[in-house]
Design a protein around this ligand. Structure first.
Ligand SMILES: *[C@@H]1O[C@H](CO)[C@@H](O)[C@H](O)[C@H]1NC(C)=O
Ligand SMILES: *[C@@H]1O[C@H](CO)[C@@H](O)[C@H](O)[C@H]1NC(C)=O
Length: 387
């Protein structure tokens, strides 16, 4: 410290660490010079009443400014949260709906008391009586609809702990191409709405691993979405004297859809109908009306698609792959119906045509038949009609 003070850098572009040390020493000097009202408070007796009286005199009502001696000192805020529930995802509006418990920690500079002398090491106080930071999630798309809470804890060393429930409706870029096996990657960006990096610095209260673990332990909703992973990062902001950027903490939330409902309700029935359609070629083409059967299947499939339309997500630009699968199924059914029509036509009306030329018979019955492992025995259809 003494070395730095002696050297006194005069150059304009001094480095960030120099600036920090200077700020720190500056604050120390200011602290000794200014007679501030917030300092170690003394209680006359170890009762809540005595502590409250002292607090009233020193910290209450100073809601307008950050609790620092000098406004050049940034307030350090540590943040952590627990994800308590994933309420849903709206693909059309591209929003994620979650419930968080956010905890914020900061310090009232200079405040401290002796836990023995004052009878307690922490006290809960109405939030309205103290300054509190304006931390928001940048992706907010709607107001916070969680119940209001009114109290914060103040500890004997001047630390304040604020816990806020948040019903977060946040925008999230949803990619539903692989529906229902999709994994979504949503982001929560925490920052102060108004205060720049020179006023408020944000820090992680705990490693993101702990956040993930506590969220997994606390999560009560076992809905469609499953929390898979959480990543956290803090973008580096170059510290300059007149920095107008905001300090941010970024969390990436990775969610996976539980696909069972969709497999049971969409994929398996589709596969069943396609299989039935395929096996209906085993029906004799004329005794039972095969084409009518296939037509019924197509009708059934259409009704099924109409009913299940609600389950499919809708967005503006991308179509899920599963829609292509459904279209393919329908196309296959229609193709098989057309095939049946052609086959029936050949079986019933071939007597009106001229007999096949010899070379066509040779090609089809000798060579092509061998390709598909057909024996030369004429197949014995029990429903040969006019042929
Ligand atoms: C509290 O007591 C200490 C010494 O016991 C004294 O230095 C300090 O000024 C007192 N603070 C207040 C606010 O009275
Ligand atoms: C989520 O997105 C972030 C940033 O775009 C990226 O760093 C991270 O790897 C992604 N996570 C997954 C699981 O895709």
């Amino acid at each position: 410290m003494a070395v730095v003070l002696n050297s006194r850098p005069q150059v304009a572009g001094f480095s960030a660490s120099f600036l920090q040390v200077q700020l720190f020493t500056y604050c120390l000097i200011m602290q000794s010079l200014l007679i501030t009202s917030v300092e170690t408070i003394n209680c006359s007796e170890p009762t809540t009443e005595a502590l409250l009286t002292s607090l009233r005199a020193s910290v209450f009502g100073k809601t307008e400014v950050r609790p620092v001696f000098n406004l050049k000192t940034p307030t350090n805020i540590s943040l952590s949260f627990t994800m308590y529930g994933i309420l849903g995802v709206d693909e059309k509006a591209q929003v994620l709906n979650t419930f968080l418990w956010i905890s914020l920690f900061w310090n009232i500079e200079g405040l401290s008391w002796d836990p023995v002398e004052c009878g307690t090491d922490r006290i809960s106080l109405p939030r309205k009586k103290l300054w509190s930071p304006d931390i928001v999630i940048n992706e907010f798309m709607d107001e916070n609809r969680a119940p209001d809470t009114n109290y914060v804890y103040v500890y004997h060393n001047g630390q304040v702990m604020d816990g806020i429930p948040f019903h977060v409706i946040s925008s999230c870029n949803l990619d539903i191409y692989t529906f229902p096996f999709d994994i979504q990657n949503c982001t929560f960006t925490f920052n102060s709405y108004q205060h720049t990096v020179s006023d408020i610095r944000l820090y992680f209260q705990e490693p993101v691993k702990n956040t993930l673990q506590s969220s997994l332990n606390m999560m009560t909703t076992k809905g469609e979405w499953e929390l898979v992973d959480m990543l956290a990062e803090k973008p580096e902001i170059p510290l300059q004297a007149d920095n107008n950027s905001w300090d941010t903490l970024i969390y990436h939330i990775v969610l996976r859809r539980r696909a069972t409902l969709y497999i049971v309700n969409l994929l398996i029935p589709s596969c069943f109908l396609i299989t039935v359609d395929l096996f209906s070629f085993l029906l004799p083409p004329k005794n039972v009306d095969r084409s009518a059967f296939k037509m019924t299947l197509i009708l059934g499939y259409t009704v099924f698609l109409l009913l299940m339309n609600d389950l499919l997500p809708v967005t503006g630009n991308t179509l899920p792959l599963i829609n292509a699968f459904f279209s393919l199924c329908l196309a296959l059914m229609v193709a098989s119906l057309l095939e049946t029509i052609v086959i029936t036509n050949i079986l019933c009306c071939s007597s009106h045509y001229l007999p096949l030329p010899q070379w066509v018979k040779v090609i089809f019955l000798n060579y092509l038949a061998r390709l598909v492992f057909l024996s030369k025995e004429p197949s014995d259809q029990n429903c040969e009609g006019e042929s």
